[in-house]
Write a protein that binds this ligand. Structure first.
Ligand code: SF4
Length: 148
């Protein structure tokens, strides 16, 4: 005997559900992203997410419009001599950042360097940031924006 099942209501409307992790902060809430035509249409909390167990804060639940915003940065930019930002490769951007750090350190000393970690990063990335600032520049000037 053949069993009849209801068609998945999401796929009937062309919506795909993708399990991922919210990228807003280091808590790491599990979310189900609902997308149609490669665009996010909703975010649902994952009931079985170990960190959130079906709950999301207001950012994780609703603030996803940045993903498709036309002003979103999608490649590195470096300010040129003309004062404008120019698209560059990641290697060029990292070289420019390194040159900037070294120029500031040479001119003003090691304590002129100050590292601020993002509240969106996990503990491991914050650890690496403080290690980099302490070892590479010899200063303890570190902080995290979550403290503000
Ligand atoms: S607490 Fe909010 S911002 Fe942080 S991971 Fe969870 S839903 Fe995202």
């Amino acid at each position: 005997m053949q069993t009849k099942t209801l068609a998945d209501p999401l796929s009937r409307h062309g919506i795909r559900k993708v399990r991922t992790i919210c990228g807003y902060c280091g808590v790491g809430c599990a979310v189900d992203v609902l997308a149609r035509d490669n665009r996010i249409v909703a975010i649902h909390p994952a009931w079985d997410g170990p960190a959130n167990q079906g709950a999301l804060c207001i950012k994780g639940q609703f603030a996803y419009d940045y993903v498709h915003h036309p002003d979103r940065l999608t490649h590195p930019l470096v300010r040129g001599r003309d004062g404008r930002f120019h698209r560059v490769s990641w290697d060029e951007a990292l070289d420019a950042a390194a040159e900037g750090f070294l120029r500031v350190q040479a001119k003003y000393g090691r304590h002129a360097i100050y590292g601020v970690a993002s509240g969106r990063t996990p503990s491991e990335a914050n650890y690496l940031m403080q290690k980099f600032i302490r070892v590479a520049f010899g200063t303890n000037h570190i902080d995290n924006c979550s403290r503000a």
